[in-house]
Design a protein around this ligand. Structure first.
Ligand code: ZN
Ligand code: FE
Length: 255
């Protein structure tokens, strides 16, 4: 591992993430749900905040930008096509950009759907991706600003990463997501087993984040529109995958 990731709870169900590259000493907060817990985590680890990597503009992701920036004079990185909504943005990045960060590299994916300017940060050397509110463990973000076609394309971009990729999603929504997933793909044995595991973890207050691309590929209905079990359950046997995805997302909104 060239990077270290420290995960901690923020607000009611967000996770904060500090990423540290020890050779150069840089430390980034992925999003800024809340300044105080992020400052406490920095103090606990003995790290100095040098960067904020914003995934999107929502308050529970960029709400701490200004407070952190005034304390640390850190560099704020965010989506070029949503720069006006990212408080304190310094550096604008776009799809496919790769930038050097400390002694490693970060690749940017544009993953619109939840918002129009949502991005993900991929640390290829460590096979780690921060996906904000695009992909969740057993779920995906609500389509507040984008279309089902955009979100489906975004999810496919993430699913093209290796199965072993560690996926840090921004919320602990997994148990509720599991209940929905089981309702639309009841015969998926890997999902049934995972759902049991999730209940055990949550009963002990243990996070279900991070997940992996491979685990989502096997159990997350939002990236499994090709599943005949899912297609039959929602009455769309043989339909276009994007239509199956859209109907799955619509049902989750009303679940
Ligand atoms: Zn959001
Ligand atoms: Fe969020």
């Amino acid at each position: 591992m060239t990077i270290q990731v420290h995960q901690f709870p923020c607000l009611s169900d967000n996770y904060g993430f500090l990423v540290h590259e020890p050779e150069s000493g840089v430390t980034a907060s992925v999003d800024s749900p809340e300044a105080d817990p992020i400052n406490r985590a920095l103090e606990e680890k003995g790290w100095r905040l040098t960067h904020i990597f914003n995934t999107h503009h929502h308050f529970d992701h960029a709400g701490g930008n200004e407070k952190l920036k005034s304390k640390w004079s850190c560099e704020v990185i965010g989506a070029a096509n949503d720069a006006s909504r990212i408080p304190g943005i310094d550096t604008r990045v776009s799809d496919g950009d790769t930038f050097v960060w400390g002694n490693t590299e970060v690749k940017v994916f544009e993953v619109p759907g939840h918002t129009t300017g949502h991005i993900a940060y991929y640390f290829a050397a460590d096979d780690v991706v921060f996906v904000g509110d695009t992909l969740f463990a057993l779920g995906c973000g609500r389509l507040f600003e984008g279309t089902p076609v955009q979100m489906w394309d975004s999810l496919q971009k993430l699913m093209a990463l290796p199965d072993e990729t560690t996926v840090y999603c921004a919320h602990e929504y997994t148990q509720a997501n599991a209940a929905f997933a089981l309702s639309v793909e009841p015969q998926n044995e890997a999902l049934v087993a995972r759902s049991r595991e999730i209940d055990e973890l949550r009963a002990q207050g243990i996070p279900t984040v991070p997940t992996t691309i491979g685990r989502e590929r096997a159990t997350n209905p939002f990236v499994r529109p090709m599943s005949s079990d899912l297609q039959v359950t929602i009455g769309l046997e043989g339909a276009d995958l994007v239509d199956v995805f859209a109907e799955t997302r619509r049902r989750k909104d009303n679940f």
